[in-house]
Design a protein around this ligand. Structure first.
Ligand SMILES: [Ca+2]
Length: 359
């Protein structure tokens, strides 16, 4: 069994807690028709995947500073065709079209109340005056059979895109002001939302360790890619196991090399799960501190050898500049605060400082 599949299984079993999994193969994928091709033989599973009611299963909540601890639900109309009265609960909502909107989506076996969403929401509201819209599709995401939600997020994404189009068309919002942030499976969901938005291209998508399982061999239409937003930034923290290994954004950050994160335990299962979750912790912290100094390079090995230029530094996470492109590397602490600012690679920094001071 190829090593890569073994790693997949380790990752999946850890999260699934069950004894079967289906894997995709490159030859079985058809980008034009499906998100994920699996060898599903069980008709009841197939039925549950294909038949689901989006209006019942997908919920939106709006937060502003004035209601940061009390979610304002955005209600769907009974008749979807009546766009003028759609989402009428918005009339009573604190949504402000003049502001940026952060749209937060969770991943597999998660929900709107999870840290992956709430930490980022709370940090934004403490730092910036923005609209926060959180999406909850927990009934879909809760399916232990990973490939069901991995398949269904295409439809979920299209459904969420309709809300963006509505806000732009009827509430004077600007498509460019939308920033979608998603962890794991939520990263690819964010890609679908961007791809299905019809009123323009959303301003930005941040993918936090995008899920690899079922997507590694997918074409760009079936996963997050740079065409999904004006600017796509990605943080890789469990690259090649739970998270996407290859760069799939305009800019891709690989903290600590991107494969395993420091402070994530000693056994392989804990390391994978913890490393996969580290991406959203790093992003949440970046909203507050803006201290993830990152440097461009060809590989982690080259970075470790000091083959980078400190003057090319950009900051990972929320402050990442929209014109940044390529691969970036950085070190982090093993615990909060994760950001090291300029004080990493101690000897390199001392050497740089020494040289600077001595002309
Ligand atoms: Ca895409």
């Amino acid at each position: 069994m190829p090593l890569k599949i073994v790693i997949f299984l380790l990752c999946a079993i850890r999260v699934l807690g069950q004894d079967y999994i289906y894997l995709t193969t490159p030859s079985s994928f058809n980008d034009a028709t499906n998100t994920v091709r699996t060898t599903i033989d069980e008709p009841n599973i197939l039925e549950s995947i294909l038949n689901f009611n989006l209006r019942e299963k997908v919920n939106f909540f709006l937060y502003r500073r004035k209601n940061r601890n009390k979610a304002h639900p955005i209600l769907f109309p009974k008749e979807r065709s009546d766009n003028q009265s759609a989402y009428e609960n918005l009339d009573l909502s604190p949504f402000n079209p003049e502001l940026q909107t952060k749209l937060l989506v969770h991943g597999w076996r998660s929900n709107e109340e999870s840290d992956t969403v709430q930490n980022i929401k709370n940090n934004y509201l403490s730092k910036k005056n923005v609209n926060i819209i959180t999406v909850d599709y927990r009934d879909i995401a809760a399916n232990n059979f990973y490939f069901a939600p991995a398949f269904q997020i295409r439809q979920v994404g299209k459904y969420i895109a309709e809300l963006i189009d509505y806000l732009v068309t009827f509430r004077n919002a600007n498509t460019s002001d939308f920033h979608i942030i998603g962890h794991s499976l939520g990263s690819h969901l964010a890609g679908y939302i961007g791809a299905f938005t019809t009123t323009g291209k959303v301003g930005r998508i941040s993918g936090l360790d995008p899920a690899i399982l079922g997507f590694e061999w997918s074409g760009p239409d079936s996963r997050l890619d740079p065409s999904d937003a004006q600017f796509v930034d990605v943080i890789h923290t469990a690259a090649g196991s739970c998270g996407f290994r290859d760069p799939i954004g305009h800019v891709d950050f690989y903290p600590n090399g991107g494969i395993v994160q420091p402070g994530c335990g000693n056994n392989i299962l804990d390391q994978l799960a913890c490393s996969h979750g580290r991406a959203h912790h790093l992003f949440a912290e970046s909203i507050l501190t803006s201290l993830f100094y990152s440097y461009p390079g060809s590989s982690w090995a080259a970075f470790v050898r000091g083959e980078y230029n400190r003057t090319d530094m950009i900051k990972m996470g929320d402050p990442a500049p929209s014109n940044s492109r390529g691969l970036y590397f950085l070190q982090t602490n093993p615990q909060r605060p994760f950001a090291m600012g300029p004080f990493f690679g101690t000897f390199g920094f001392i050497w740089d400082t020494f040289n600077l001071l001595n002309g």
